[in-house]
Design a protein around this ligand. Structure first.
Ligand code: HC3
Length: 193
C-alpha cells in the first residue's frame, strides 16, 4: 500500500522518526512519530501514538476519519488524549471542504490542564494548515502531470499507414478530460493517504 503522501505530510508537520504508516485494515490503522515542540516550558519533543478509524467513507457524499493521539512524554501525558474528527465533503465548484474538530479528552486530573489544552489546540491548528498547504501542492502537481501526458498523445503525428485521427471539438475534449482527471485524481490521492 502506497502511503507516501501521508508520510510526506506528517514529516512536514515538524515530526521525525516516523514508524511505517500502513494502509487501513478493517477501517483502522496505527502509527507513531516524534513531534518537535516549541513551547517555552516542558519537553522539546514527544512521541505521538496515533490511532485512526474510518467512520464513514463515501466519496460522493462525505468522508470522516476519527484520530486519537496519545503523547506520553509531556507532563500528565498519560492522563489525556487528543481526539480529532477529520471530515471531508464537497464544496462549491468541485472543491473539497475540510473540517477538523479537536478536543482534549481527560482520563485523570492535571494542574496543567489549561496549558495542555491551549498547546494541543494551537498545535493542531498549525498541523492542519500544513496539511492543507501540502494537499494543495499534491493536487496541483498531480493535475499538471496528467494534462501533460494527455496533450502529448493528442499532438502525436499519425504514422503514414494509420488513418487520420478523428478530431474532437475542443469543448468535448475539455469536458472529458476534466471528468477523467477529477475522479482519477481524487481516487489516486485518497489511495496514498
Ligand atoms: C503535543 C501536543 C498535543 C498533541 C498535538 C498533536 C500531536 C495532536 C494530533 C494532531 O494531529 C497533531 C498534533 C499537533 C500538536 C500536538 C500538541 C503540541 C503541544 C501539545 C502538548 C500536550 C502541550 C504541552 C504543554 C506543556 C506546557 C505541558 O509543555
Amino acid at each position: 500500500k502506497d502511503t507516501s503522501y501521508i508520510k510526506r505530510i506528517t514529516e512536514n508537520q515538524n515530526n521525525f522518526d516516523l514508524s511505517e504508516i500502513p494502509g487501513f485494515s478493517n477501517n483502522k490503522r496505527e502509527f507513531t512519530y516524534t513531534k518537535r515542540l516549541n513551547n517555552s516550558i516542558g519537553p522539546k519533543q514527544t512521541k505521538c501514538l496515533i490511532t485512526e478509524t474510518i467512520e464513514h467513507m463515501d466519496i460522493n457524499n462525505y468522508i470522516m476519519v476519527k484520530q486519537v493521539t496519545k503523547t506520553p512524554d509531556v507532563p500528565s501525558g498519560n492522563s489525556f488524549a487528543v481526539h480529532s474528527c477529520i471530515y471531508m465533503s464537497w464544496g462549491p465548484g468541485n472543491s473539497t471542504l475540510l473540517t477538523v474538530v479537536s478536543k482534549v479528552v481527560w482520563s485523570g486530573k492535571s494542574f496543567l490542564k489549561g496549558a495542555i489544552e491551549k498547546g494541543s489546540i494551537d498545535g493542531q491548528k498549525g498541523s492542519v494548515s500544513i496539511l492543507i498547504k501540502e494537499l494543495k501542492d499534491i493536487i496541483s502537481s498531480a493535475g499538471t502531470t496528467k494534462k501533460k501526458i494527455k496533450s502529448k498523445k493528442s499532438k502525436k503525428a499519425p504514422k503514414a499507414t494509420e488513418p487520420a485521427p478523428v478530431v474532437e471539438s475542443p469543448e468535448e475534449e475539455a469536458t472529458e478530460e476534466t471528468q477523467e482527471s477529477e475522479s482519477s485524481l481524487v481516487s489516486s490521492i485518497m489511495d496514498k493517504l
